[in-house]
Design a binder for this molecule. Structure first.
Ligand SMILES: Nc1ncnc2c1ncn2[C@@H]1O[C@H](COP(=O)(O)OP(=O)(O)OP(=O)(O)O)[C@@H](O)[C@H]1O
Ligand SMILES: [Mg+2]
Length: 138
């Protein structure tokens, strides 16, 4: 493991708090290109590990690039994503956004719309009220 890749000799003074969710606290790394997600409960470890696994297993899907790092692979480094808030009904919203818990999507530094929180138990394909799209990832 190369910690230096991600400036992960975690220099806490230099991390910027971006947000806190139910299971993880997210900090921006000094490069401003990556974030680190620190579990605040064991559930956060599960979410980190599921996110990393999904990213690997679904390489063609719009998921933020990420990988596990740190002690026992419990931390997650993820590319920085600028959150995008879609209205509930929005013609420009891709159908797959509705599959992501609370539409937690945004633009990565290449300008691509990707999900940044996809570690929950199930991706919620069932919660797509306004689409019968057979391919929800479109
Ligand atoms: N890749 C990212 N780039 C920028 N900000 C992010 C990124 N990932 C997460 N964040 C910010 O950090 C917050 C917490 O991260 P995240 O949503 O992954 O934690 P969580 O515990 O899974 O949250 P939830 O309560 O939604 O399940 C997000 O709401 C968002 O504001
Ligand atoms: Mg979240």
């Amino acid at each position: 493991m190369n910690w230096d890749d991600f400036e992960l000799n975690l220099n806490w003074d230099k991390l910027q708090l971006l947000g806190e969710g139910i299971s993880r606290i997210t900090y921006l790394l000094p490069s401003k290109r990556y974030v680190v997600k620190i579990p605040n409960a064991y559930l956060g470890v599960t979410h980190n590990q599921r996110e990393a696994r999904r990213y690997k297993e679904l390489p063609d899907k719009p998921l933020a690039r990420c990988r596990l790092v740190g002690p026992k692979n419990t931390l997650l480094v993820m590319e920085y994503v600028k959150p995008k808030h879609f209205r509930f009904i929005d013609e420009s919203k891709p159908a797959w956004v509705g599959c992501i818990d609370r539409d937690q999507v945004g633009y990565n530094l290449s300008g691509k719309l990707v999900a940044y929180d996809f570690g929950q138990n199930k991706l919620s394909f069932a919660k797509r009220p306004f689409t019968r799209d057979p391919d929800p990832w479109r």
